[in-house]
Design a binder for this molecule. Structure first.
Ligand SMILES: [Zn+2]
Length: 139
């Protein structure tokens, strides 16, 4: 077995399909300052392009069994951004990121990028705000 570390190893599957590359730790140390910003940019592009999972929200509405009617208010504790109706274009200061039947609805504040979770309980809901923290380069 070859124990010498090569900076870059190309990986193939059994059908000789090119899967990607493996970087040696040493090479990664040198390359990450160049590569990480590109990865961050990809993340951002994906975030802004991913369609909102409106189907999941509609499903939650269809199966709504909380003791109050659904509302579309969202507020961000981090920057004070609020909207009475995130589904309307003029209220588009939040993006829906996820919704599930358990009553967890996730938004991203378009103002400060905080993650806002609207957590529905039987007889009330509350907001949880997680201020945006950029992904750190792992050492
Ligand atoms: Zn905010």
């Amino acid at each position: 077995m070859n124990t010498k570390t090569t900076p870059l190893t190309k990986l193939y599957d059994e059908k000789k399909q090119f899967l990607g590359v493996l970087l040696s730790p040493e090479f990664w140390e040198e390359a990450k300052s160049v590569i990480q910003p590109l990865l961050d940019k990809q993340d951002e592009a994906q975030e802004s392009e991913a369609p909102e999972p409106i189907g999941d929200w509609k499903m939650l509405l269809d199966y709504w069994d909380f003791q109050y009617p659904p509302d579309t208010r969202v507020e961000c504790e981090a920057c004070g951004n609020t909207t009475e109706d995130w589904t309307k274009p003029e209220g588009k200061t939040f993006r829906l990121k996820a919704a599930n039947l358990g009553g967890l609805v996730n938004f991203q504040c378009m103002n400060c990028r905080a993650r806002v979770i609207k957590r529905h309980f039987k007889d009330h809901y509350r907001f949880e705000c997680h201020p945006y923290a950029p992904a750190k380069v792992k050492p």
